[in-house]
Write a protein that binds this ligand. Structure first.
Ligand code: FAD
Length: 558
């Protein structure tokens, strides 16, 4: 069964090997072992639902709890501490457009707010109900899960939008096709969620981001239906598909999507290369991207991520073998790992030439090819890694990630400064930001998505959960006395996330390359879109949803 207060299926765990625990303890200290709130305790405190009766509604407390929060760090703090705050008053499971229309109508008549819900894997607060007088109903779209049509001549597949990643691939693979969209949340995230958040998959360098795959579809809005026919290209004014992409449940409910699919590839492999340093690795991946060489992914870790990934992998013998061999070849402490995927629709010379050309660029920048064992390990654990967050939390560590994209000329300085403010964010007040408490933060980064003009930067950071609130010596929001340790864990995150977001904005980076805006990034959106741009987005929202029924407070601050 899916965990209610963490990631994934509770039958799956990702144990932390003893050597990895020692690695973390040496870097950020021993994590405190703290007890989480029990399911029973949280359920006992859920307030009564404020909804008028409707045949499609569930007001079951566990249903409401399971739809109250996503996967952001504030969500984890809330769920694990049992201090969830606001719950949806009910959950509905529409199974067709008519059900969706009936629920939109119900919401308009009763003054209820509706939150579209795909897989609930948002990491920026997209699906959280907010405090307020109006009742809140979450629309879980998981029953909209059918493949409706596969047009093999046009290579277009029409799916209902509540379908999750594995089911999409299962149904397409059975017919010899693939979508190739693999976000790390693949196990649970859904087609509608991907479109509504402008998601990017791990192999989007080859298959394209969701905006390249989304050809059209159907949206139910409070003012009626919007059909988006699939044109291969069109000069008929601005593209309305682009309006729906990234709409975060504010304009309507996407009930169907038409997707560009491909035949299953005949060849696919994942290779590991090591560079002497991050700068040469970055120069190599830029050259490959700008030459348009057809790999399927490139993920370039910096030196600390390389060391940490190998340390946490749990595969001690492989890691020791790799470390010894690399040091012998003078790939020392600054070594950086590149995982490069190679995917080809047709096996043959033309495909192999692309890979050979990329290898040549890597070699010219001092990169060392180590074959496929590390790449195979990466592929095997690509959807398992998020389970490590459960283990880390239980060992006293909070883990979060953030991301941006900037032009190539800004990639290295933006990555460097973002990590610096996080690394120093909880340090001693005399040397740090003034929010410090003498805590160390482990922070590292990789370049995750490459384009001709720039790259996505993905930053991961870990810090210790607060054992008690008195650890907050310089808290700006109170004395610390009497507050819960969860408040202090959250405050630490606010300090780090705020500092990093400000650096990203100052470097002209997007506040999100792939996770979207939700609640956590909304304060930074105006810096990116400008006042006029925000007015345009707000006008679109008012046009589709004049009564403000849909997902208040997300994307646009209400
Ligand atoms: C461990 C982990 C790894 C992740 N890795 C990636 C990654 O590699 N790439 C990436 O892009 N993201 C990633 N994410 C973020 C998240 O998975 C994506 O934002 C995803 O697209 C959300 O999909 P969902 O179905 O879970 O949507 P939800 O979280 O349920 O909803 C997200 C938003 O979309 C809206 N929405 C959902 N369905 C619909 C619909 N049918 N119509 C209208 N609005 C809708 C909701 O109202 C909400 O605003 C990751 C998250 C986690 C927890």
């Amino acid at each position: 069964m899916r965990r209610w207060n963490g990631w994934g299926d509770d039958a799956t765990t990702y144990p932390l090997p003893e050597s990895a625990a020692q690695y973390l303890e040496a870097r950020i200290g021993v994590g405190p072992r703290l007890e989480d709130a029990s399911l029973e305790r949280v359920l006992a405190n859920i307030p009564a639902a404020r909804l008028s009766p409707h045949p499609h509604l569930s007001t079951d407390p566990e249903d409401r709890l399971r739809h109250a929060r996503g996967q952001s760090l504030p969500d984890w703090v809330a769920l694990r501490s049992g201090r969830v705050g606001v719950f949806p008053d009910g959950v509905a499971y529409p199974a067709c457009d008519e059900d969706v229309r009936a629920l939109l109508d119900y919401a308009r008549r009763t003054g209820t707010r509706l939150i579209p819900y795909g897989g609930g894997t948002s990491v920026v607060g997209h699906i959280n109900p907010l405090p307020g007088g109006a009742p809140v109903l979450t629309l879980d779209l998981s029953r909209l899960n059918r493949l409706l049509e596969l047009d093999e001549i046009s290579r277009l597949a029409t799916f209902e939008a509540g379908i999750a990643g594995p089911e999409i691939e299962k149904r397409l693979n059975a017919r010899g096709y693939t979508l190739g969209h693999y976000p790390q949340s693949f196990e649970y995230s859904t087609l509608g969620g991907w479109i509504a958040t402008r998601s990017s998959g791990q192999q989007s360098y080859y298959y394209g981001r969701i905006e390249n795959l989304f050809a059209g579809g159907h949206v139910e809005t409070p003012l009626g239906a919007l059909d988006l026919p699939p044109h291969p290209a069109s000069a008929a004014g601005p593209d309305l598909c682009q309006m729906i992409l990234g709409s975060e449940g504010r304009l309507g409910l996407i009930t169907r999507a038409i997707l560009r699919v491909r035949p299953l590839p005949e060849e696919e492999s994942f290779h590991a290369f090591f560079f002497h340093d991050w700068e040469s690795g970055a120069a190599a991946v830029r050259e490959i991207a700008q030459a348009g060489l057809k790999l399927s992914m490139m993920r370039l870790s910096n030196a600390l991520e390389t060391t940490t990934t190998l340390a946490l992998s749990g595969n001690e013998s492989l890691v020791e073998w790799a470390n010894r061999g690399l040091s012998f070849l003078q790939y020392d402490d600054g070594r950086c790992l590149l995982i490069a995927g190679f995917t080809a629709e047709k096996r043959g010379k033309a495909a192999r030439e692309q890979f050979a050309a990329a290898r040549e660029v890597i070699r010219a920048h001092g990169g060392l090819w180590t074959g496929t064992p590390i790449g195979k390990m990466w592929k095997k654990s690509r959807f398992l890694t998020p389970y490590l967050r459960n283990t880390l939390w239980e060992r006293g560590y909070a883990l979060d990630t953030l991301e941006t994209a900037v032009p190539w000329s800004s990639v290295l300085p933006t990555a460097e400064e973002t990590q610096k403010v996080i690394r120093e964010g909880l340090a001693d007040p005399s040397t740090g930001s003034g929010q410090g408490i003498g805590e160390r933060v482990l922070v590292f980064a990789h370049l995750s998505h490459m384009y001709k003009d720039g790259a996505g930067i993905y930053v991961t950071y870990l810090y210790r959960r607060a054992a008690d609130a008195s650890a907050s010596l310089t808290c700006a929001c109170g004395t610390g006395a009497g507050r819960a340790s969860s408040d202090e864990t959250l405050r630490r995150w606010q300090v780090l996330k705020g500092a990093a977001s400000r650096v990203i904005v100052a470097h002209g980076g997007t506040i999100s390359h792939q996770h979207g805006v939700g609640l956590d990034h909304a304060p930074y959106l105006t810096a990116e879109k400008g006042e006029l741009g925000m007015q345009l987005l707000e006008a679109a929202r008012r046009t589709f949803d004049p009564q403000g029924v849909l997902n208040p407070g997300k994307l646009l601050e209400d």
